[in-house]
Design a protein around this ligand. Structure first.
Ligand code: PLP
Length: 393
């Protein structure tokens, strides 16, 4: 194992982050310096199977050659082009994104998940002339004030109150709890198909269809947040496609750029046409991110990655449950979005997994979450199972 940085250099850089970063992240004692496919290497040269994947970003794996080549070529040509001018690469991406799902033809391009959610909230309010948003308890939608207002967790919200008025929360998977909250002033219902940060909880088909019906009946829009579930992770390009839903707005980010920041909102026909000047973003739709996203979409198709996520996800879910026996509370998920609810805190399990060469992330206090690249091989999936068996055994 060759160190990629000298121990002295590594320590100095750890100190630099500790001293100068704003301090909003709880740190793990690992410095990641290189990645390829489903693997990353730390400064000491140790290899890990990466089921953190940049918090679910690395759907096509780290540094996919097609993404790297697209970025190189675009960087040589044009890095920035404002939305007020046409751009060839952006046009290709809009065309591609706008024809992924029949009915979701128009697209707003942003730079992150939270920005996509902000845009969706604004478009829903503008479209309906109403102000209220009903979101799910345990849901996570981002950290900017609008998206944070839709997010459930008190620890994220309370230090920043007052938040945006007009947000209500109802229990996930309990349609009856939503009915009294959706009225004449409800602009939109906002939901994740599988709650990610909230603990990897898949929605039921009845719940999702119930929300869609409720939205239609009461003149509100349905926003599906696919920021974590999208881009093939759950076994379909978008998780709502498992349920034949017809959302009015779909937010996407994370995996879309292959590691380059990008967010998008797909807009359905019930969203009122937007006017110039209504919303915007300096970097939204920049050619560099557009080139990366185009490459990601091509890789997803060429390598049939959603199908791979479905097959490997089913294998992993079954095997992780098998080796866990009754030592865990539950193994949940859809495709390659998996969560194991343990009986104690997740953190020691994550540390033990890292010692066995697998990086995973928490979802809340007691769920160990796996968000591996969809390019994972069968042998790599087996290594994940073996590592978990060693940790839980
Ligand atoms: N929505 C969901 C479902 C997410 O999982 C996340 C991030 O984890 C966000 C929104 C926020 O995305 P970002 O961190 O890119 O702002």
């Amino acid at each position: 194992m060759e160190p990629l940085l000298s121990p002295a250099e590594r320590d100095a850089l750890v100190q630099a982050e500790a001293r100068h970063a704003a301090g909003v992240y709880a740190k793990r004692d690992l410095m990641l310096v290189r990645g390829r496919g489903a693997r990353v290497w730390d400064a000491r040269g140790r290899e890990y199977l990466d089921c953190v994947g940049g918090h679910g970003v690395a759907v096509v794996g780290h540094n996919h050659p097609a993404v790297v080549a697209a970025l190189r070529a675009q960087a040589e040509r044009l890095l920035i082009c404002p939305g007020s001018f046409y751009n060839d690469t952006r046009a290709h991406l809009l065309q591609r994104l706008g024809t992924l799902v029949p009915g979701l033809e128009r697209v707003f391009l942003a730079n992150s998940g939270t920005e996509a959610v902000e845009a969706a909230i604004k478009f829903a309010r503008y479209s309906t002339g109403r102000t209220e948003i009903v979101a799910a308890m345990r849901g996570f939608h981002g950290r900017t004030l609008g998206a944070l207002s839709a997010t459930w967790k008190k620890a994220y919200r309370q230090p920043f109150e007052p938040l945006v008025p007009g947000f209500k929360h109802a229990a996930f998977n309990k349609l009856a709890a939503w009915e009294p909250l959706v009225g004449d002033n409800t602009a939109a219902l906002l939901v994740e198909v599988v709650q990610g940060e909230g603990g990897v909880h898949p929605a039921t088909a009845e719940f999702l269809h119930g929300l869609q019906r409720l939205a239609r009946e009461r003149g509100a829009l349905l926003i599906v947040d696919e920021i974590q579930t999208g881009m093939g992770r759950t076994g379909r390009l978008f998780a709502f496609q498992h349920y034949d839903l017809e959302p009015d707005l779909v937010t996407v980010a994370k995996g879309l750029g292959g590691g380059v920041p990008i967010g998008a909102v797909l807009l359905g026909p019930r969203v009122r046409p937007l006017k110039p000047g209504l919303h915007g973003s300096t970097f939204g739709g920049n050619p560099l991110a557009a080139a990366a996203a185009l490459a990601v979409l091509q890789v997803l198709e060429d390598e049939d990655l959603p199908a791979r996520a479905a097959a490997l996800g089913a294998y992993l879910r079954e095997e992780l449950a098998r080796v866990s026996g009754d030592r865990v509370r539950a193994v949940r998920g859809l495709g390659l979005m998996l969560g194991i609810e343990v009986r104690r805190k997740a953190a020691p399990y994550l540390q033990a997994l890292a010692q066995h060469g697998v990086l995973a992330l928490p979802a809340g206090l007691n769920v160990v979450r796996f968000l591996p690249p969809l390019t994972l091989s069968q042998a790599e999936a087996e290594r994940i199972v073996a590592a978990w068996a060693a940790v839980v055994g």
